[in-house]
Structure formats: structure tokens, C-alpha cells
Design a protein around this ligand. Structure first.
Ligand code: HEM
Length: 193
């Protein structure tokens, strides 16, 4: 789950933000005001970029790189909200479905980074509605590296170029597997600013 998750997440972030020009504009403005147009982002800038953070959380909600976490096995009978999980059962946690659950998220299928502004929900394994890196003892050990790299790469790409789609339309369909990838690769052209 290493570089592939990172690449998948970066491609999904770029696809969603290009698909949502308003979000792209907001991210661009925040970067211009905080880091300065065209400048590369430093690690210390990340905490001052709440909208970019929200874009990444929202992408993880809709497109977790690994849709089913590593399987778990129940070490004893467990009762969870009225369902008995018997000892020895293999349990798959479908975080793709959790991210689109109507009882948890308003307009679950819409890309709305704003839902995370001012919210304490984070992806570090404490908020079970958003666990793109898993949770508990088997949580992804690459999380600290991955989130830094994602913010630095995505932020620098947005801040250093204007992006336009190669074709007319963008296909947002997904291809399911051990990791979820875009069914059609993203084709975009960087325009120097
Ligand atoms: C955006 C990038 C990444 C995402 C979304 C991601 C996601 C995940 C997920 C969901 C799991 C399973 C956790 C669970 O079942 O509770 C996992 C496990 C793991 N990840 Fe990542 N990962 C990413 C990047 C990385 C990187 C950069 C590294 C290493 C440098 C890494 C190393 C690992 C390892 C070794 C495991 C297995 C841990 C275990 O079984 O105890 N991951 N990752």
C-alpha cells in the first residue's frame, strides 16, 4: 500500500479539484495568499492551508485508496449494534461505503471540502467515519509521510501551474480492486503561470 496509495490519492485529488472549478479557485487563492503565487510549499505552511487540507480529506472520503481495510479476525464473539460477529469470523471494513453513508454525511456523493472547515474530523484513526489509513494497531505506518507528501505535492502543483483538461470531459468512473483507481487515467496539461 505504499507509493501506489500515494499516487492514487494524488491523482484522485487532482481529478476532483479539476472537476470542481470552484474548489480549485478557492485552493489557488488560499495558496496565493499564504505561500505566494508560484512558490513551492514548505512543510511548515501546511497548517496554514485549511482549505487544501479539507480538499485532501474530502478526496479521501470519496476515494479511499484502499476501499477495504486489511481483513480482521474476531478473537472472541463480539456484539456490535445488535449483530453478533462470531469468534474466528473474518471481518472486512468497507471504508468506501462508510465515506458515502447518508446517515453520516450530508450530500454524500458531492465533493464539498467545506464540510471539513471548522470540523474536528481527521483521518488519523480516531474518527471512524473517516479512516482512509485504517485505525488501531494495524493503522498505516506510512500516514505521517503520506499526508505530508500529499499536501506538498498537490499544493505545489496547484500553486505552480494552471491546469487544463486534455479532452472535453472528465470521466470520474472508478476501477475497483485491492486499491481503487480511476477507470480512465487523468489527462491534464500544465500551463505555466
Ligand atoms: C495516501 C497514501 C496511503 C494510504 C491511503 C494508505 C492506506 C493504508 C491502509 C488503509 C492500510 C491498512 C490499514 C488497516 O487495515 O487498518 C495501510 C497499511 C500499510 N501501509 Fe499504507 N497508505 C498510504 C501510504 C503508505 C506509505 C507512504 C507507506 C510506507 C512508507 C505505507 C506503508 C504501509 C504498511 C507497511 C501497511 C501495513 C501495516 C500493517 O499491516 O500492520 N503506506 N495503508
Amino acid at each position: 500500500m505504499k507509493t501506489s496509495c500515494l499516487c492514487v490519492s494524488k491523482e484522485n485529488c487532482r481529478a476532483e479539484i479539476l472537476h470542481n472549478p470552484e474548489a480549485l479557485l478557492k485552493a489557488k487563492l488560499e495558496l496565493e495568499q499564504t505561500v505566494g503565487k508560484g512558490n513551492l510549499i514548505e512543510e511548515s505552511d501546511i497548517t496554514r492551508l485549511p482549505y487544501l487540507q479539507a480538499v485532501i480529506k474530502e478526496t479521501f472520503r470519496l476515494h479511499p485508496a484502499a476501499p477495504l481495510l486489511i481483513p480482521r479476525k474476531a478473537s472472541k464473539d463480539v456484539n456490535i449494534v445488535g449483530f453478533t460477529v462470531p469468534k474466528g469470523a473474518q471481518v472486512f471494513v468497507n471504508i468506501w461505503a462508510i465515506g458515502r453513508d447518508e446517515s453520516t454525511w450530508d450530500n454524500p456523493h458531492s465533493f464539498m471540502p467545506e464540510r471539513f472547515l471548522g470540523s474536528k474530523v481527521d483521518f488519523k484513526g480516531q474518527n471512524f467515519e473517516l479512516i482512509p489509513f485504517g485505525a488501531g494497531r494495524r493503522i498505516c505506518p506510512g500516514l505521517p509521510l503520506a499526508i505530508r507528501m500529499l499536501h506538498l505535492m498537490l499544493g505545489s502543483l496547484i500553486n505552480s501551474f494552471d491546469w487544463k483538461l486534455e479532452g472535453e470531459n472528465m470521466d470520474m468512473e472508478e476501477k475497483f480492486g485491492l486499491t481503487i483507481q480511476k477507470a480512465q487515467p487523468l489527462h491534464v496539461v500544465p500551463v505555466a503561470i
